[in-house]
Design a protein around this ligand. Sequence first.
Ligand code: COS
Length: 384
Amino acid sequence: MDYGLTELQLEIKEICHKIGEEKMKPVREHYDESGEFPWDIVKVFAEADLFRIAISEEYGGMSGGVMDTVIAVEELSRVDGGIALALAATGLGTYPILLYGSDEQKKKFLPRIASGKSLAAFGLTEAEAGSDAGGIRTTAVLDGNEYILNGTKQWITNGSAAEIYSVIAMTNRAKGARGASAFIVEKGTPGFTFGKKENKMGIRASVTSELVFQDCRIPKENLIAKEGMGFIVAMKTLDFSRPGVAAQALGIAAGALEESVRYSRQRRQFGKSISGFQGVQFMLADMATQVEAARLLVYQAARHIDTGSKDIAKISAMSKLFAADTAMRVTTDAVQIFGGYGYMKEYPVEKMMRDAKITQIYEGTNQIQREVIALCLIKEAASV
Ligand code: COS
């Protein structure tokens, strides 16, 4: 199928395919079982320049767009959505700096991320503020030339593995969402520690942990944009990043489909391959159709964002919603096609089903995506 990919995108796809097959496949079971962070594969990503994709050339990147990132994340997630997340979550943590950072901030932090020396992470969620992003309690108080941060961020992807964190904190709680501000916090800053590392159902190769700020002083220059812009920075970051989650979901679904087709040809019952049974054929056909539809929507969302359009929230949310639901359905059907073997850890589809689930939850649950889509529709209608 010709998706109209550019030369660069075809090259990224080929490189990621090779990394997936040669480097990730042999170790994915190990990282899923152990829950260790795959530093050796992160090094491979860095050597292949994958962390450079979305960063501007002047800061050591390739000046690629969301579509280029989507191609990489999809292809890597076809093999392992958890390992691929080291790259995707670094993108999420980088967007606040990329979109709203000052030139000084970009000069200081982006080259480190582009080279793969430092991973990034995004700190928004808290125990009492998940879907209700405006309800965060972490505070940042200006004291001379420093902000003092206090509070705990929860379920942060790339948690303790990252070195550069974009953190949303309240500078004026009385103003609600308009009182939030975005900051860059570096690992090693006194008063910044990591809480518990989560033991998760899926994406176990990815580290998810708490970020704890106790009188953590950061330079005033680490404020991103202006005070009070934190909520907008967070929302725009999510608009840019959700097609990445969608690409992760798409990759997982595509991987599960491939495994299912292969297995259905090998597995013999009643004297023939199960691929000869219409019940299995219909499942494969539905899975393939859903994967294809998801791919077109994800690519459309990414390309639309890359045009520089301001109206990106709706299509971005749609891509994440549709691809994540597709991933869940397709991986569940993959386990069904594998039957008893699908439920066992010897085959990769049970892991894919576990990995798929998170894509319906993080970076905004799929219920939140529906809310974003509906709000955009209503706003569009009101402006006609
Ligand atoms: N782009 C730019 N501005 C946006 C925006 C977007 N995508 N979404 C909201 N805003 C603006 C609004 O226009 C509004 O601005 P004004 O104050 O000038 O009117 C402001 O932000 C507040 O918006 P709103 O009132 O809609 O905020 P709510 O608190 O009702 O929240 C949702 C809206 C639910 C959409 C938001 O909280 C959300 O996305 N939650 C999910 C967060 C999430 O993904 N969490 C997962 C963890 S992050 S990995």
